[in-house]
Ligand binder design. Structure first.
Ligand SMILES: Nc1ncnc2c1ncn2[C@@H]1O[C@H](COP(=O)(O)OP(=O)(O)OP(=O)(O)O)[C@@H](O)[C@H]1O
Length: 254
């Protein structure tokens, strides 16, 4: 679905990053502050250019995509998505439907409502965005990204790129959103997200990419990447690994 081939970018510090991700599944990009996660996601989304290397999305170089066609197949939620003007929640989420100008009002309303519900924000319909809390805003922004790739029929290849989508959420909402993203990935949507919560990466990701100082330090299944040695190298702190009652790995930094 998406291939990064020897990505190099000076501003962002990325050095020789290569990997390939198939369709579906959840991939978590982890790493310390400044490791290059946001820069990498923006390059993969086609919003920033690499100085060298290529990104191939669905068999075509990302820069060769028609802008509207790309917007229908991949959505990107930046780390600090916000809006400068006052706007109604539903209108903000409806911006995600901009790549579908042929769509009627009823279909747009259906997409907006479904996306708000998926993002645990259905009850925020009708509110003004600027009167919401930080976590509520983050869920509405996520709904906008979901609306962008929303389909009545599942199965089409789609890519959702999310930069720390749960950073402002309380534990209950965080878990609900991670479960929802897993469900989406099971229906064929490829989910690629930057995460700081390594326990969520352990529990919900199929694949983990560990960045360290702009390089790919490790890539693989969570149990292959989330090891004490690799985490100590990437984060500069010792970790204890435990196992939760449901068998999930629990990572505790000392
Ligand atoms: N436009 C830019 N020009 C110069 N340096 C940049 C630019 N954008 C990012 N950087 C630098 O590149 C490095 C990687 O930044 P990036 O935002 O990708 O890190 P990150 O892994 O997402 O960090 P965080 O966990 O703090 O969000 C940082 O040192 C940052 O200061």
């Amino acid at each position: 679905m998406i291939v990064a081939d020897r990505i190099f970018r000076r501003a962002g510090g990325l050095r020789d990053l290569s990997f390939a991700l198939g369709s579906g599944g959840v991939t978590a990009i982890i790493g310390a502050n400044g490791a290059g996660k946001s820069t990498l996601l923006e390059i993969l989304a086609g919003r920033k250019k690499a100085d060298a290397g290529r990104v191939i999305f669905a068999d075509r170089e990302i820069g060769d995509w028609d802008v509207r066609m790309l917007a229908r197949q991949r959505a990107f939620l930046p780390q600090s998505a916000d809006v400068a003007f006052d706007v109604a929640v539903d209108d903000l989420v409806a911006l995600g439907r901009a790549p579908y100008p042929e769509e009627g009002a009823a279909a747009e309303a259906e997409a907006v409502e479904a996306s708000l519900i998926s993002a645990q924000a259905g009850h925020l319909s009708g509110r003004r965005y600027h009167r919401l809390s930080g976590g509520e805003r983050q869920r509405v922004q996520l709904a906008r990204a979901l609306a962008q790739v929303w389909r009545r029929n599942e199965g089409e290849p789609r890519l959702l790129i999310l930069d720390e989508p749960t950073a402002s959420l309380d534990p209950g909402h965080r878990l609900s959103i991670m479960r929802m993203l897993r469900g989406l990935s099971a229906s064929g949507v490829t989910v690629l997200l930057a995460l700081h919560d390594l326990n969520d990466a352990a529990r919900f990701a199929d694949h983990v990419l560990l960045l360290h100082e702009g390089r790919l330090l490790a890539s693989g299944r969570p149990y292959e990447v989330l090891t004490p040695d690799l985490l100590a190298e990437a984060y500069g702190a010792e970790v204890d690994m435990m196992t939760a009652a449901d068998g999930a790995a629990v990572i505790l930094f000392r």
